[in-house]
Design a protein around this ligand. Structure first.
Ligand code: FE
Length: 291
């Protein structure tokens, strides 16, 4: 898709401020894939409807080669954004896809899928993100859904200032994203900011929002956000959005959504509302009824 300059850009009168900077936790998952868990379980309530954000970036194949062999999910959605690298997806609902350079895979686990995510490279850089988005109680047992978007299929535009914006979900400057969800209205933007530019995005005050910088650094409300850090944006009644400024070249994710305000019960790859539903998920998985 051709990038087009957008006129009549979004106006933000007052930017949200940074409530807190988060460094994330180095960990490993799957078959020894090294990653940083940026959005960890203790932040799920604060960043409702988002449950997890993992960042992975390595040019050492030992850090990623094992991938994520068959494992189950129930009760939420996974959004994988591959900056660089090739990963093969297969799931029990019969979906299969190759995720590569700039592509997005959106999977709604719903009542259950068993899937694998296996690297299709033995060397080179593997870099990307996996975001978990919760489902409202009424949709947790819905049918699984899956879609792959190649980089060229993702909606993209340039602001007048020259900021390149990929709209993975939601809407920005009148451009609709690849995916929309009614209950949580997720916004997921990848921003490439040239040196000396600023980007404005309106946000409903009650929506929870955060920014993760993966190249360079940005400034929000006078505070500097360095690379590999997440800024949780304050929910301020007077603020109508966020203004992100880059003195040097920077890249960042801006993610926001409407909180569900429902109980969260998580056990590993299952996220439901009650412990009883978690036991049910474990039983269903053990008895082969999950997928
Ligand atoms: Fe998974």
């Amino acid at each position: 898709m051709t990038s087009q300059p957008i006129h009549g850009s979004e106006q933000v009168r007052q930017s949200r401020s940074v409530e807190r900077l988060v460094a994330g936790k180095p960990t490993s998952d799957g078959a020894g894939v090294k990653l940083t868990r940026v959005l960890t379980q203790p932040l799920q309530r604060r960043l409702d409807p988002f449950l997890m954000l993992d960042a992975f970036a390595s040019d050492n194949p030992d850090d990623y080669i094992g991938g994520f062999p068959d494992h189950p999910h129930r009760g939420f959605e996974t959004v994988t954004y591959m900056i660089a690298g090739r990963m093969q997806h297969r799931d029990s609902a019969g979906h299969e896809g190759l995720l590569e350079n700039g592509g997005v895979q959106w999977m709604t686990a719903g009542r259950g899928v068993i899937h694998s995510e296996i690297p299709q490279q033995e060397a080179g850089v593997m870099e990307g993100f996996q975001l978990w988005l919760n489902l409202p109680a009424g949709d947790k047992m819905s049918a699984p859904w899956y879609r792959d978007f190649a980089a060229a299929d993702l909606p993209r535009f340039d602001t007048d200032a020259g900021v390149a914006v990929t709209v993975i979900a939601g809407e920005s400057h009148g451009v609709a994203g690849a995916v929309t969800r009614e209950a949580t209205a997720p916004l997921y933007l990848d921003l490439h900011l040239p040196a000396g530019t600023r980007f404005c995005q309106t946000l409903p005050a009650e929506h929870n929002a955060f920014v993760y910088v993966y190249r360079g650094e940005v400034r929000i409300g006078g505070e500097t956000l360095p690379a590999s850090r997440m800024a949780i944006l304050a929910n301020e009644a007077a603020a109508d959005g966020v203004v992100i400024e880059a003195a040097g070249e920077a890249r960042a994710l801006l993610i926001a959504g409407r909180p569900l305000n429902e109980p969260i019960a998580q056990y590993g790859p299952f996220v439901m509302n009650t412990d009883q539903e978690i036991y049910q998920a474990l039983n269903d998985f053990r008895d082969g009824r999950l997928a």
